[in-house]
Design a protein around this ligand. Sequence first.
Ligand SMILES: C[S@@+](CC[C@H](N)C(=O)[O-])C[C@H]1O[C@@H](n2cnc3c(N)ncnc32)[C@H](O)[C@@H]1O
Length: 247
Amino acid sequence: MSIAPNPGIAPPARSMKLAMPGAGGKVPHYLSAHYWWAYVHPRSVRVFERQWLINLILWGNYRRLRDAALAELGDSLPGRTLQVACVYGDLTSRLSRRVAAGGGTLDVVDILPIQLENLRQKLPKDAPVRLLARDSAELGVPSASYDRAMIFFLLHEQPADVRRRTLGEVFRVVKPGGTILVVDYARPGRWHPLRYLWLPILAVLEPFAPDLWRHDLSVWLPPHCDGRAMRSKSFFGGLYQRVAVTR
Ligand SMILES: C[S@@+](CC[C@H](N)C(=O)[O-])C[C@H]1O[C@@H](n2cnc3c(N)ncnc32)[C@H](O)[C@@H]1O
């Protein structure tokens, strides 16, 4: 991997492609106000880059959701794959292995250089991966340039207008016939104990997450998206959803 020049941060020492043009170094207000502890603070990576901790936050479902996301995309991924936003744990390493198996390439975008740098350290040097500092709501890449895209637990962190723009951008950059895969929170069944226990806590820690309990994902999809092209699956009594949309 090679590194593109970056005006925002010092270039990383190793050789993965790390391009920094789009984000302009600005941290969106929702991230600095509500997620400084998880992603923005210099110590956040040291605290949260522990798969057992992320698994705990997901009530023991990290592996299941990770594997479900990967299974939906396939074992071998030729062409160009986009991952929108870094995630703690080994999801991207596993995704990049499938991309390598298919002879494809993977672009991972994130708005925070600290998160891209953390991901760079988790990936092997020769992974076919480019790391791009971009805002998911303004990707700045040509339309129809990816064969598929994955958004793993990003949308619940974004205010509704940003979430809508993120989905609009992902639909724009994925080719017609390509897959857009979302894994995130959803509304658990009435009987689910976490529906009453977890929502008030989540609403404090992650103020935009309850949106995904209240509304179907289709609410934020671009107007031209055909609902018939959506395949949804629930996990853990409905607390989580995997939605695959054919562009
Ligand atoms: C994918 S989400 C949540 C991941 C999940 N909690 C985990 O780590 O397993 C976290 C990432 O989204 C990134 N992010 C948030 N808003 C973004 C935006 N507008 N554009 C690009 N990346 C964004 C954050 O910088 C962070 O790295």
